[in-house]
Design a protein around this ligand. Sequence first.
Ligand code: ZN
Length: 186
Amino acid sequence: MTPSLDVRVDDRRHSRVLQSPLAAPRGGIMLHYDDSSRDDWAVEWFHDPRCTNGYTWLVLDDGRVVELADPAMRTPHAGACKTPKANSVYYGIAAATNGLVPVTAPQLASIVALCLDLVRHHHWAIESLDDRLVGHDEQAVWTPQYTTRRELWGRTGRKVDPTGLRPDGRPIIDLAEMKRRIASLT
Ligand SMILES: [Zn+2]
């Protein structure tokens, strides 16, 4: 039995986000951005009954961490992915930003700290981080539920977060940089 998870959270708002028991053990962390343009609207949206997305944590641009769901439960953050049962296997962390605005330094620092807490909690080996820390875009695949174009089924391209769509190619969340920072802190 793993001890209960204790991460640094500034605000807990478990409410409307859809939660269900895990269907597979946690094995990693998936990073997203939520496509919001303002932090206050972002937090509101996750309490709107029409919101069907659910991250475990939303990290605001001032670095504050809002816990939207019980980390011991799965939420619908990943959808169909290369990894089966991705909603359970990966914790979902989203930066409150969009496809053009890179995460701020405090936002990145908080995401790194959160990941570090999870790595320590699960005693994940630092060498395994390459597989465990993933972007939604490298995992999300097309299926018949998302498109009738059969040639796309099973292929990635369904999501662009957290790399984003900047003309200069700069990633919104730089996963390679994050992995280096986490490794240097362990
Ligand atoms: Zn995503």
